[in-house]
Design a protein around this ligand. Structure first.
Ligand code: NAD
Length: 468
């Protein structure tokens, strides 16, 4: 059974209280995490604040080297971190599961370390010189969710420290263990206080959002909580990056080959059991190939094994927690009650399991709750359309705007539709394929700001213009 410490100022914090963390595959206890209170949070913020002057003043190249050293450290512990992750999150070790997630965390760390942050000369002539410098903000608070806990923590922490900030990171109380171990490993290579961890209840996130000495919050989680973060950070005029929920639409054009696109559609929707912010969550298919796409997807789904993340043949794990399971189950029930036709899977009546069958529902009802709301789980509604303008209008008729996709053999036609979709990323013939050099973020209720690439890195800085 795992038990890791909160790392504050480079050493384990003295916290006697703890809380249990469960393995969603077995519902047994996976480990314990320290239950920090706001007094401990003060210590973490003070440590980050004290470390900031030295960390922000060192040569930029040195910070690049520190980030590379973190990547090496994570590589050395790849298997160990993946095992902890599967124990608490449930995702399979193999495929696009825990080994993949730790691999992604390493790749993002390496890429972010390699980015340059040059001073930009805006003007240099007889009237004077104007330089634009990028200055770190100070202490950055990172608040992460339970779906991709390690990768998302890396997305927050590495750009923040790479650009000279120090960090207090609060993982989700549902999956704190892998992040705690990762931050412990980071502390083996970083100076004390540069990255600090804190675990406990949601109230810690609220206290971080309101904290005077935290200059920015990077938050990944639900829209509802994102609004609370924004509201409680108003008093201190904090900088914010909010990566929130989505309800991504995919549009399949009539020239697509149903059998060929079925695996891509499936994994676009069911990666991490659908518990992915930019997963395909609503699929609009032209009526001329609608039944063939439904059949091809159901056939592909029947080949996928759902099971314990530690079983070798598992491709999808359980839903991570009971609240999310109940939400997905209810949406599936509501959809069926409102005319949705089950193609495979369906609601579950067993209260003792968190395993949920891969569920595909054919529906023509635009008000189907499974279409309107983010399911964040293994259930996909498939909706027919006859006019592409109606499909685009339906895709955009949602408060969220994270990702979208268009499926066609005619790339130019697909791109023209992509431009009309209201979302931060659009993929052609795939869905959700993020990468470290491409800015990623949502529009509308899906968030504020971007992560990744140069733009994501610079979001951790303030601009200072020097006129000479
Ligand atoms: P959540 O909002 O419930 O929790 C996220 C984090 O916020 C947790 O660490 C939680 O402890 C903390 N928190 C709770 N109340 C808080 C408060 N008042 N102030 C500050 N922090 C608080 O989200 P979740 O259920 O863990 O994650 C699922 C959601 O996250 C989904 O909607 C999903 O789409 C979204 N998500 C978005 C992205 C993205 O990049 N856009 C990525 C992953 C997940």
């Amino acid at each position: 059974m795992y038990r890791f410490d909160n790392y504050i100022n480079g050493i384990p914090a003295d916290i006697s209280a703890s809380f249990q963390v469960f393995n969603p595959s077995t519902t047994e206890i996976a480990g314990h995490a320290p239950k920090a209170d706001t007094t401990i949070l003060e210590q973490a913020v003070a440590a980050a604040h004290a470390a900031f002057p030295v960390w922000s003043a060192i040569e930029d190249q040195q910070r690049q080297q520190y980030c590379q050293a973190i990547a090496t450290k994570l590589e050395e512990h790849h298997q160990e971190l993946a095992t902890i992750l599967t124990s608490e999150q449930g995702k399979p070790m193999q495929g696009t599961g825990s080994m993949f997630e730790v691999g992604g965390a390493i790749a993002w760390t390496q890429y972010t370390a390699s980015l340059e942050m040059p001073v930009e000369v805006l003007q240099d002539d007889e009237t004077g010189k104007v330089e634009m410098h990028r200055k770190p903000i100070g202490v950055i608070g990172s608040i992460t969710p339970w779906n991709w806990p390690l990768m998302i923590a890396v997305w927050h922490i590495i750009p923040a420290i790479r650009s000279g900030n120090t960090v207090v990171c609060k993982p989700s109380p549902l999956t704190p263990l892998s992040t705690l171990r990762m931050i412990e490993l980071m502390n083996e290579v970083l100076p004390a206080g540069v990255v600090n961890s804190i675990t406990g209840g949601d109230e810690l996130g609220a206290a971080m959002s309101a904290h005077e000495q935290i200059g920015k919050i990077v938050f990944t989680g639900s829209i509802e909580t994102g609004k609370k973060v924004m509201s409680s950070s108003a008093e201190t005029l904090k900088r914010l990056t909010l990566e929130l929920g989505g309800n991504d639409a995919g549009i399949v054009l009539p020239d697509s080959d149903p059998t060929e696109i079925a695996p891509g559609l499936f994994w676009g929707a069911f990666l991490n059991n659908g518990q992915t912010c930019a997963a395909l969550k609503r699929l609009y298919v032209h009526e001329s190939i609608y039944s063939k796409v439904c059949t091809a997807l159901a056939e592909f789904a029947s080949t996928v094994t759902v099971g314990d993340g530690f079983h070798q043949d598992s491709e999808l794990g359980p839903i991570q927690n009971r609240m999310q399971f109940n939400k997905v189950n209810q949406l599936v029930k509501d959809s069926v009650n409102q005319g949705g036709k089950l193609l495979t899977g369906g609601p579950v009546s067993d209260n003792n399991t968190l395993f949920f069958p891969v569920t595909l529902i054919a529906t023509s009802n635009p008000n189907d709750p499974l279409v309107r709301e983010e399911q964040f789980g293994p259930a996909l509604p498939i909706i027919p359309y006859s006019d592409i303008n109606d499909a685009i209008a339906a895709a955009n008729d949602n408060p969220t705007g994270l990702g979208g996709s268009v499926w066609s053999t005619d790339i130019n036609a697909a791109k023209n539709i992509a431009f009309r979709m209201e979302c931060g990323s659009v993929w052609i013939n795939k869905h959700g394929a993020i990468q470290p050099n491409a800015p990623f973020g949502g529009i509308k209720s899906s968030g504020i700001g971007v992560e990744f690439g140069k733009e994501g890195l610079l979001a951790n800085t303030n601009i200072q213009v020097v006129f000479s």
